[in-house]
Design a protein around this ligand. Structure first.
Ligand code: PEP
Length: 246
């Protein structure tokens, strides 16, 4: 049985005060039957780790360097993330793919860095609206997963979560219908069978893209949807809490 996870991606939004008040709100209303994670910007990770210490809330990073260490100005390594208490990191978010040129190979290399440091990778995949209109959504997502499927072992997959985030639904207010999301999640699960039936059965697949409290319950009740990756709505403690409990 897969345990559901609701994760909040704060993107480049935070301050010390906001980190404190958001986490206070989340901690006051934690659901018992679900995992909860937050992904603050780098400067607020240490604060978030301290404020969630002794609670079930996990803290993750929004990105990680592809390299181990050295002359890579501005980069943050997986070892550093582990050192400050991060247990998860996003990889291949569509904003990183579109704005910073992150490719599937970079995603694989970053996943390997995270694994070497015991950090769970939340790998984001998803098609653009043009690709969906051309009925290419499955082939696009299949391609985004293919290197991971080819290169990673069964044991590696214990440290991977997939987030299906259709690009056309991210930050747009337009959510995939539960049927559209379920169909893609079932497809992703069938792709994971190429690794093994166990990996297909055990890997958590989150949905992301304009999830709100009003849409969360129906999305999360689909058989292959194991929770959500929430952007904008995770910046409002009451809304995020309602999603966490949906
Ligand atoms: C995201 O950035 O991962 C995301 C899903 O954003 P939003 O919920 O704002 O669409």
């Amino acid at each position: 049985m897969r345990r559901q996870l609701v994760a909040g991606n704060w993107k480049m939004n935070a301050s010390s005060e906001m980190t404190g008040s958001l986490l206070t709100g989340v901690l006051e209303n934690l659901p018992a039957d679900r995992d909860i994670a937050v992904f603050p910007p780098f400067p607020y990770i240490t604060q978030a780790v301290a404020e969630t210490a002794g609670t079930p809330v996990m803290v993750g990073a929004q990105n990680v360097a592809a390299e181990e260490s050295g002359a890579f100005t501005g980069e943050v390594s997986a070892a550093m993330l582990a050192d400050i208490g991060c247990s998860m990191a996003l990889v291949g978010h569509s904003e990183r793919r579109a704005l910073y040129g992150e490719r599937d190979y970079d995603v694989l290399v970053k996943v390997r860095q995270l694994m070497a440091n015991g950090i769970t990778a939340v790998v984001c995949v998803g098609e653009t609206i043009e690709q969906r209109k051309a009925v290419r959504e499955e082939s696009v997502v299949s391609e985004q997963l293919s290197l991971l499927i080819a290169e990673l072992s069964n044991a590696d997959w214990e440290k991977i979560i997939i987030a299906y985030e259709p690009v056309w639904a991210i930050g747009t207010g337009e959510t995939a219908t539960p049927e559209q999301a379920q169909a893609m999640h079932a497809f992703i699960r069938s792709e994971l069978k190429k690794v093994s039936d166990t990996v297909a059965e055990k890997t958590r697949i989150l949905y992301g893209g304009s999830v709100k409290a009003a849409s969360a319950a129906e999305l999360f009740s689909q058989p292959d949807i194991d929770g959500g990756l929430v952007g904008g709505a995770s910046l409002d403690a009451a809304e995020f809490t309602a999603i966490c409990r949906a």
